[in-house]
Design a protein around this ligand. Structure first.
Ligand code: ATR
Length: 280
């Protein structure tokens, strides 16, 4: 019988998850499907009422449902509990589990693209306080980094410092330039620099020479921030690998095989992004 999984969101047309899971299903010869479901918020209750009868093995959850699905699951995994958000659903026995693999994706990408990044511990300056920032904080704390959260809306940064506790501090965005000299890893977890959004104008001159610059934005693949970092000779990490690495655990739960993040898969997604991004 065909194993069925999904990505649900609203809108969801832009999601590259079907391309990614479709590639793995084919590569491993699995009788499975991965479907794109546009579920408006008003239809969320109904979706979960019908969930079991529809025969889903599970799926991915994206904006705007990552928090709204929480009351519909039997239990949360520790990462979803810590982040207050769910990106992956799967069954364990009869229990529908709401998990979050975004922190694994964030860290898996760093491990792949900047090996040794955490060898001596360190401090991260994180720009942003939304969903991507939560994943970054959870992952970085697990690897022993302290994190300064810098956000346009200070109250949202403060809420994250309270949620995650010691090792995480909150700051206004205006404090970021002065903090760069003591930063080992700079992360952009805002939409700044994304195609169609305002540019990220941060001046990187004060970053130490060993600093790594990580942009979770992957459309375009090389953002202005990463270009500026590369021009300074700093190591850079783009956001595409986060998408690839967060998908591994979900695929494993639904389809029963541990998929590999290969150079070929990355190249397929890169080509798709470049084809659809002006100047990408
Ligand atoms: P995501 O889940 O992708 O992280 P989000 O929850 O909408 O998305 O968060 C977007 C982040 O980008 C926020 O930190 C937001 O800052 P605010 O909390 O002040 O809204 C940040 N952001 C978006 N546009 C911005 C801009 N023009 N300048 C500075 N920060 C911006």
């Amino acid at each position: 019988m065909t194993i069925r999984a999904f990505v649900m969101g609203h809108p969801v047309a832009h999601s590259r998850s079907p391309m990614l899971h479709g590639y793995w299903l084919k590569r491993y010869g699995i009788d499975g499907s991965y479907e794109r479901l546009d579920i408006p918020p008003a239809e969320l209750d109904r979706f979960f009422q019908d969930f079991r009868a529809a025969g889903w093995a599970g799926g991915n959850v994206t904006v705007p449902h990552k928090t709204a699905v929480i009351p519909h699951v039997g239990r949360l995994d520790p990462a979803a509990e810590a982040m207050g958000a769910v990106n992956t659903l799967w069954y364990e026995g009869e229990t529908l589990v709401g998990g979050n693999t975004d922190a694994i994706g964030f860290i898996g990408n760093l491990d792949e693209r900047a090996p040794g990044w955490d060898a001596r511990g360190g401090h991260a300056a994180l720009l942003g306080a939304g969903g991507a920032a939560r994943a970054a904080i959870h992952g970085l704390r697990q690897r022993g980094f302290t994190v300064g959260v810098f956000n346009r809306t200070l109250a949202r940064a403060e809420a994250l410092a309270t949620r995650f506790g010691p090792g995480v501090s909150a700051h206004s965005i205006g404090e970021l330039p002065a903090a760069l000299a003591a930063t080992d890893l700079l992360v952009n977890a805002t939409s700044l620099g994304m195609t169609g959004q305002p540019a990220n104008e941060l001046d990187l001159a004060a970053l130490p020479a060993h600093a790594i610059v990580y942009d979770v934005v992957y459309v375009p693949l090389e953002t202005g921030l990463l270009r500026a970092a590369a021009a300074r000779g700093l190591r850079t990490v783009d956001g595409l690998g986060m998408l690839l690495h967060q998908a591994v655990a979900g695929f494993t739960h639904w389809f029963g095989a541990v998929p590999e993040v290969t150079a070929e898969l990355r190249a397929i997604l890169e080509a798709d992004i470049r084809a659809k991004t002006p100047g990408g």
